[in-house]
Design a protein around this ligand. Structure first.
Ligand code: MUC
Ligand code: MG
Length: 384
């Protein structure tokens, strides 16, 4: 008889946290972030944690925090209850057979299983993925206050503090001329030596992208992220073929199958990989393997996760054999507070990858109780 520990219960908690400032993207302006925190308890008493987080409810993608929680509560938790907690691949195969899509929920649950297994074996999650190739990850910062002079001041302070030296600008919500003027103002404020990238978040049609990318190249921008609609793969390919500046697919590349399709069309020079869009850490590694095989650069993307989700991503990007374009795992730094005991460590322009068993992140029970969306009903339940 198999005596391995089994999954006892899984719960998903919505947590609303304020951001340190407004964060303006083409499709939404964020004033707060909602995390879905997952706790997976096993029959041996070990609890693994995971997180699924998106941007702006349904503004960024087709899975909202509420739909992620409901997918876990109603469908995923019952499917995994009583299953072997140590065989992560078997558990995820079981989910794949009965749950279509829902990559965010699957990612959070896979991370929680890996966290539990790492704690059980006394190994960091990256060791379960084959081992870290690097112990710290370069992290850029997104300038997205909506105000160019404030953005310049913010970047100068962050360089001075040795926290970030590469900056991504969010454009696409204004007329092209205004967006280009915004990028040029930041370039003037920071000088020619600072690496700037832009993220258009799908906002342009192809003719606008033709003009926009030419102007951004002239302004010395080093990378253009998702200039056209996610599904307009042929336009992305034409742009990648036409311009020298690197073109990065983000919303267009979720998993290994997207990575194959984009590579077949030579549609992008770089892929932004995100654990939630891929459906977990192993699926992210599979997409990265396709990128490597196709000669496409890899960039560690974020959906502005908090500490749990960002550290889960850090484990997988630490284990990727190549990571030519660094990462943007700065999500925890955009939050005023978080629900963990110790927030991730950023030093010398890099995020330090935990070396302790599991994810190396512990939830803070008091903060979780304070920030959870349903705290009113929870305190009634406790005092009743
Ligand atoms: C995105 O599309 O890249 C990542 C950094 C940021 O500021 O927004 C996200 C989403
Ligand atoms: Mg992007």
């Amino acid at each position: 008889m198999n005596s391995n520990p089994t999954v006892h219960s899984i719960d998903a908690v919505l947590v609303d946290l304020p951001t340190i400032r407004a964060h303006k993207l083409a499709m939404t302006t964020m004033m707060r972030q909602t995390l879905v925190i997952v706790r997976l308890t096993c029959s041996d008493g070990i609890t693994g944690i995971g997180e699924a987080t998106t941007i702006g409810g349904l503004a960024y993608g087709d899975q909202s925090p509420e739909s992620i929680k409901s997918a876990i509560d109603v469908y995923i938790a019952p499917l995994l209850a009583g299953q072997d907690a140590t065989r992560v691949n078997v558990a995820m195969k079981r989910l794949a057979a009965s749950v279509q899509g829902n990559s965010f929920a699957k990612s959070a649950v896979e991370v929680a299983l890996l966290d539990a297994q790492g704690q059980r074996l006394g190994l960091p999650v990256h060791a379960l993925l084959g081992g870290a190739v690097r112990n710290a990850l370069p992290v850029l910062w997104t300038l997205a206050s909506g105000d160019a002079s404030r953005d310049v001041d913010e970047a100068l302070a962050l360089m001075e503090a040795r926290r970030h030296k590469v900056f991504k600008l969010k454009i696409g919500s204004h007329p092209l001329a205004d967006d280009i003027a915004h990028v040029q103002a930041i370039r003037r404020g920071l000088g020619d030596d600072v690496m700037l990238t832009v993220d258009v978040n799908q906002a342009w049609d192809e003719p606008t992208a033709m003009r926009g990318i030419a102007a951004l190249e002239a302004a010395g921008v080093g990378l253009i992220e998702q200039p056209v609609a996610r599904r307009n793969r042929r336009a992305l390919a034409r742009l990648a073929a036409r311009f020298d500046v690197a073109i990065m697919a983000d919303e267009a590349v979720h998993d290994a199958i997207d990575a194959v399709d984009l590579a077949k069309d030579c549609a992008a020079d770089v892929y932004a990989l995100k654990i939630s869009q891929a459906g977990g850490l192993w699926p992210t590694l599979r997409a990265a393997a396709v990128a490597d095989a196709a000669g496409v650069g890899i960039y560690g993307g974020t959906l502005l996760e908090g500490s749990v989700g960002s550290i889960a991503a850090a484990h997988v990007f630490a284990a990727c054999p190549t990571l030519a374009w660094g990462t943007e795992l700065f999500g925890p730094l955009l939050l005023e507070d978080d629900v963990v005991v110790q927030r991730p460590e950023y030093r010398d322009f890099e995020l330090q990858v935990p070396q302790t068993p599991g994810l190396g992140v512990q939830l803070d029970a008091d903060k979780l109780a304070f920030y959870r969306r349903d705290r009113a009903s929870q305190s009634v339940a406790v005092t009743a």
